[in-house]
Design a protein around this ligand. Structure first.
Ligand code: NAD
Ligand code: ZN
Length: 377
């Protein structure tokens, strides 16, 4: 039996004033940069206009960890808000999700409004039932997957993303593309998740480079914001795949940003999934469908899938992103020391479960090594 769930109510270009009307206490979960730069006033001023008191939890760091979540739970239990607003990239939104999730184990939070306001166009966390929490000691990123993590509302205001620096625009934009591609080929994809994934793929393909080159182009920013959210809707329903499983392990071991880790791995994981080296799989056909969608297709399934993989690689060059783990600054000795452990973590990662091609730990070690050296085929 297939399912498709519609979760958060999506507001485009504003909506926070309506959402906060009648609320008395608003807890804002954000990161240090967004607070220190004053951007958080987007939420704080809305709370004030609603006549609500607010507190800001600004301790979210990139890839939030267990200690951050614990501190946030402490603040929530003390402040007793009737609304929580996550304001930031995936890190702030995931932290807020986990804070509410674990607070719910100690008190009833069902009446607390949970709104997410993304300030990057990347994770789609504002509409997903995923939250990724890092255990720094064990060097593992754990994706929590639960309906209870879904925000009640998402506010998509592309104006907020204009200040995102090009390097973050590139990393987060490739994350969007990876979400949509993995959702499209996932073992749990449906016509419904395909519809969201296809639109996200088209929007990201046609707008990412422009948003990177011209940060002020509001139309490109808006399209990327929509792409991010649509990809989130797709993968929240269909799940992701091996690329995210491997990216979580790579990011946790070598502190490479989430989107960048995904982008580096994407051509290598796609090559494995399509069977480019050892015999075409049915997934090659799905990649060929994406090629057709982007008008990159050629006469054969193999060539169409290859063309998509090559296009992703050349887009990464245009975005000045490293195309290998080595180019991301990881020393070979350190990589080799960790590669087996990373492969074990990637295999156990929840995202890997919906990968279209079954894989072993040895397969994953091979893919990591190819992604290290740049040997695509
Ligand atoms: N829950 C999910 O569904 C999901 C999906 C994918 C990734 N993730 C997780 O999300 C996290 C990554 O999120 P991200 O890629 O959005 O990055 P991020 O939230 O870590 O933010 C990256 C950087 O951009 C800055 N920034 C954010 N908005 C800005 C703005 N408007 N202007 C200028 N700078 C801004 C932040 O301060 C930070 O320094 C990772 O932990 C990843 O594992 C979650
Ligand atoms: Zn991602």
């Amino acid at each position: 039996m297939d399912q498709f769930q519609l979760g958060a109510k999506i507001f485009m270009g504003g909506g926070l004033d309506d959402l906060l009307a009648g609320r008395r206490k608003v807890l804002i979960v954000s990161d240090r940069f967004l607070v220190d730069s004053g951007k958080v006033s987007y939420v704080a001023d809305a709370a004030t206009r609603a006549g609500a008191e607010h507190r800001v939890f600004s301790d979210v760091q990139a890839d939030p960890d267990i200690a951050t979540v614990t501190a946030g739970v402490g603040l929530l239990l003390e402040f007793q808000p009737d609304a929580v607003v996550a304001f930031g990239g995936g890190s702030a939104i995931d932290a807020a999700k986990a804070i509410l999730f674990f607070s719910a184990k100690q008190q009833d939070v069902r009446d607390v409004l949970f709104a997410a306001v993304p300030t990057t166009s990347g994770t789609g966390s504002e509409v997903s039932r995923f939250a990724v929490i890092t255990d720094r000691e064990k060097e593992i990123k754990y994706p929590l997957v639960d309906d209870k993590l879904l925000p009640n509302a998402a506010v998509l205001d592309p104006v907020l993303t204009v200040s995102v620096p090009p390097v973050v625009t590139a990393d987060t934009g490739i994350d969007v593309f990876t979400h949509a591609v993995e959702a499209f080929v996932s073992t749990a994809h449906t016509d419904f998740s395909d519809a969201a994934a296809e639109k996200a793929i088209k929007l990201a393909y046609h707008n990412l480079l422009e948003a990177y080159r011209a940060p002020d182009n509001l139309e490109a920013r808006q399209k990327m914001h929509n792409a991010s959210c649509l990809a989130g809707i797709a993968f929240s329903n269909s799940g992701l795949g091996l690329n995210h499983g491997m990216a979580h392990a790579l990011g946790a071991h070598f502190h490479i940003s989430h989107g960048r880790a995904n982008g580096i791995l994407l051509p290598y994981v796609m090559s494995f999934n399509a069977g480019c080296i050892d015999g075409l799989t049915p997934t090659a056909k799905r990649y060929a469908q994406i090629s057709r969608l982007l008008r990159l297709d050629s006469s054969s399934v193999r060539q169409s899938a290859l063309q998509l993989i090559r296009t992703i690689r050349s887009s990464m060059d245009k975005l000045s992103m490293p195309s290998t783990i080595k180019d991301a600054g990881v020393l070979q000795a350190e990589f080799e020391a960790d590669v087996e452990a990373m492969a074990a973590d990637a295999l156990a990662d929840r995202c890997t479960a919906t990968n279209p091609r079954p894989c072993t730990k040895e397969d994953i070690v091979r893919i990591y090594r190819r992604a290290y050296s740049g040997k695509l085929f």
